[in-house]
Design a protein around this ligand. Structure first.
Ligand SMILES: Cc1cc2nc3c(=O)[nH]c(=O)nc-3n(C[C@H](O)[C@H](O)[C@H](O)COP(=O)(O)O)c2cc1C
Length: 195
């Protein structure tokens, strides 16, 4: 079962972060020290990114977002409610593990559903203009795959949002995050939330 987390800052400079971990449920049942609050490398880093800020996590695992439907029969699922939250924010931070050189599937479904904002809810689509977007990503390879940021950058551009940059880190051993990564994540949070 996939897990996606949005982190949502509840003050004037509201910010959203999104995390996706397709393996989380598996981990939940098979590894100790994981609880219902999310787990996984990406989420661990996200927790560091937001540690000192007033940020709410919206776990998409707790929401129903179905794949894009040309007939919009799924218009009453949770996508629009979450999209409306994006409108209330200044900064959107997506987070995802690298899965087969790409974003994870649940996040991709969320991105596909952004198409709803070009037709049935153009008002929301237009209201995204000017938002600032960031990305948190984790993998086991030393660098982000070529082109990984393209869908983020270009999708943002399509909606008039500004994609700034990614914080990418890699883990050598699953579930073990170095102090160095924690510090970098924390600095990334300061950069995006304190400026
Ligand atoms: C299905 C799957 C595909 C993966 N593909 C890649 C990949 O293409 N490149 C990479 O660097 N890591 C890959 N990984 C490793 C994960 O990106 C890495 O373990 C990540 O930190 C997992 O984050 P999470 O704990 O938040 O799920 C893959 C892992 C899984 C389970």
């Amino acid at each position: 079962m996939p897990l996606t987390c949005f982190i949502y800052l509840e003050n004037d400079a509201k910010k959203i972060c999104n995390n996706l971990s397709t393996m989380w449920k598996y981990r939940h049942f098979t590894r100790k020290n994981y609880d219902d609050s999310c787990g996984g490398n990406t989420m661990e880093a996200v927790q560091e990114v937001v540690r000192d800020y007033n940020v709410e996590v919206i776990d998409l695992l707790n929401h129903i977002i179905s794949p894009y439907d040309y007939e919009h029969k799924n218009k009453d699922d949770d996508f629009i409610r979450i999209a409306e939250k994006l409108v209330e924010t200044d900064i959107i931070v997506f987070a995802t593990p690298v899965y087969w050189y790409s974003m994870s599937s649940q996040l991709k479904i969320f991105f596909d559903r952004l198409s709803d904002l070009l037709n049935i809810r153009k008002d929301i689509g237009r209201a995204l203009k000017g938002k600032i977007c960031y990305l948190v990503a984790s993998g086991t390879d030393k660098e982000l795959p070529d082109g990984f940021e393209v869908p983020f950058r270009d999708t943002c551009k399509h909606f008039g949002m500004r994609y700034k940059e990614a914080f990418y880190f890699f883990v050598k051993k699953e579930g073990v995050m170095s102090e160095n990564v924690r510090n970098s994540a924390s600095k990334f949070g300061a950069k995006i939330f304190s400026s």
